[in-house]
Design a protein around this ligand. Structure first.
Ligand code: 5GP
Length: 298
């Protein structure tokens, strides 16, 4: 007779595969928290809404050290202060412990709050390769009431790009002239290569008519718009997960180790700037993200 306490071989194999998958999922979530793709509070909400999730199965110790700026020493002090045993899993915390952990995070790492009553000037920025261009193109096609600003650039056109539609392609002398004449709302050198800038006049005209204007620009540009037009609505586009962004950035693996490391480091720095933005939108689905941004315009 088989021993009822030992699971059959197949069950054990399946269970160990499930354990490996769960560990991987927890590791991916920790990367999302450490790179700020999701906030610690996002992870807690997810864990408590779905008790069977990888987030719920994560130990509080793993969770806390995944948060930027919390090392092991600080983690142990926090747990002692909050009277939470280090062996606890997030999903296994009691009501009081959930509350004190949430309060602690809200105090120390407040989530960026959406500000109301922003202007109709919307700036869309985000880390490289998050898909800003695709989302902006989708808004242009499906929300013709929104004006997508056409930038000037010193970059040569790519095949299929149309003058005045994708960009105004200008040479260095013309770009200099626009800067000097004050024709640009903002401008920046992107990826240490070419200059890009937002012509001011079409935007002023559209805003004066009561239209919404969308700028799809880089982070340096977004900061300049914030300084020049403090009531602009700044939207930060986030990838659905850190792993997904890594895939988009270095997916094909055609670049060397050094270039790969450089891109990932840049992405971390870019993600760390999201606190400067009014809204965060996750690009999990282009049409959904575009609709969410278009709604901000109303
Ligand atoms: P691409 O050369 O691939 O069309 O664009 C490269 C980068 O330039 C993108 O990250 C895009 O957001 C940024 N960019 C495009 N137009 C502008 C602009 O007018 N100002 C700034 N600051 N960045 C821009």
């Amino acid at each position: 007779m088989p021993d009822s306490r030992t699971p059959p071989e197949v069950d054990r194999a399946a269970a160990s595969r499930r354990a490996v998958a769960a560990r991987r999922e927890r590791a991916a979530l920790k990367r999302d928290v450490s790179t700020r793709v999701i906030s610690p509070q996002d992870l807690l909400r997810h864990a408590w809404a779905e008790p069977q999730s990888a987030a719920a199965a994560m130990r509080v110790t793993e969770f806390l050290t995944a948060i930027p700026a919390i090392g092991e020493g600080k983690r142990d002090r926090i747990l002692a202060d909050l009277q939470i045993a280090p062996v606890k899993k997030i999903g296994g915390l009691g009501i009081r412990q959930r509350q004190v952990l949430q309060d602690y995070l809200d105090r120390r790492l407040p989530e960026p709050r959406a500000r109301d009553a922003r202007s109709r000037l919307i700036v869309l920025a985000g880390p490289t390769a998050v898909g800003k261009g695709t989302v902006a193109a989708h808004i242009k096609e499906h929300h013709p009431e929104i004006l997508l600003s056409v930038s000037a650039t010193t970059r040569p056109p790519r095949p299929g790009e149309v003058e005045g539609e994708h960009y105004f392609f200008v040479d260095d002398a013309e770009f200099d002239r626009m800067v000097e004449a004050g024709d640009l709302l903002e401008y920046a050198t992107v990826h240490n290569a070419y200059r890009y800038g937002t012509p001011r006049r079409p935007i002023d005209a559209a805003l004066a008519e009561g239209r919404t204007v969308l700028l799809e620009i880089d982070l340096q540009g977004a900061r300049q718009v914030r300084a020049a037009a403090p009531d602009a609505t700044l939207v930060f586009l986030l990838p659905p997960s850190w792993d997904e962004l890594v895939n988009r950035l270095v997916g094909r693996g055609t670049e060397g180790e050094e270039e790969r490391a450089r891109r990932l480091k840049t992405a971390r720095v870019e993600l760390a700037s999201q606190g400067e933005f009014d809204y965060r939108v996750v690009n999990d689905d282009v049409a959904r993200a575009a609709a969410e941004i278009a709604r901000l315009a109303r």
